[in-house]
Design a protein around this ligand. Sequence first.
Ligand SMILES: [Fe+2]
Length: 388
Amino acid sequence: MAPTWNFARPHNEGGATTQAHVDFARDTYEREIGREGFFGAASHVYHRNPPNAWSSIEGAAKPRAFNPASTATPAASPWDAQPLMHNAHVRVRYWRAEGSMDHLVRNGDGDELVFIHQGAGSLFCDFGHLPFESGDYLVLPRGTMWRIESDGPVEALLVESTNASYRLPDRGMLGRHALFDPGVLARPELDGAFRDQRKAGPWQVRVKRRNAQTVVTFPFNPLDAVSWKGDLYPVRLNVRDFRPVTSHRVHLPPSAHTTFLSDRFVICTLAPRPMESEPGAMKLPFFHSNDDYDEVVFYHRGRLRGRSAIVGEGTMTFHPSGVVHGPHPEALPHMFEHPLKMLESYSVMIDTRDALEIADLPAGTEIAGYAESWTGSIAVAPDAQTVP
Ligand SMILES: [Fe+2]
């Protein structure tokens, strides 16, 4: 069937700009109310006051920030990593390994995404040997047996796609080689390092199923493949190889940086990119409540825009759906004129279609005062200055 005629002009009330994120009145603050992330119906409301210049906020949807690296205790197994947040479709943990694993693991609950925040080493798995370093995503299909070897500590964010597979997003009109050429995806090899593993037993495989462990012991090393064929295997992608699309004329939503998809969440890579240059284009992310998604951002490397006094490398923020998020008070003056020409940081964003539960976290993991830091925006809220 032919596509529906879709030229309908959005309703415009009160003389709003006709192009989102561009040329709106400079004494207003744009907020997007949208559906299906950044893909569905949407309207932009232009407010006199910053839409998250609250004087207080309490309750379950309050924005939160965490520093898992500060309190994560070393764990020899990824299954003993610090739980951070989960729902029925995704499980996020922070893993600090002190060195090589002395056992194998297999995730029976879903695909595992291992994002290496610190350290380097080798992954050994059913499919061979794959070196890794900081900034690597390792996508491990459900059922893969694996372990890591490392001379030093390794810190990683683990993102389990529970009961669903990771896949690459459709590039659509951008073409197959946008964001990254699939040619940069590395896969394990049955190389000398793989063949030189200790073959004699005993070797333990710790299988995770329904989030509980079953330990299988073999009198030999079950990573003993001599060959394999197929189109299902682990892949490695470094954030350096992610080449973001940008527009000098309009701020693109984070969905433009979608790196991996699952059924009920997406992983986006926020990588260095030039700032929008057209004078009328806003230079900051627009306010939005991300109305159908909870948003998690893990800050990996580099100087962060705004919020730098609160969150730094290895920290993460959590913005539940329903409460507006957007530029921090320290960034607000740069809505249209920004001192930077390039953004230099790397972050990993996880947007989940279903509400996340936050785990019981060790004392000191939560960064105090994050939600309250937006009260700084009251200083530029004209209606907050009027004496009743
Ligand atoms: Fe967002």
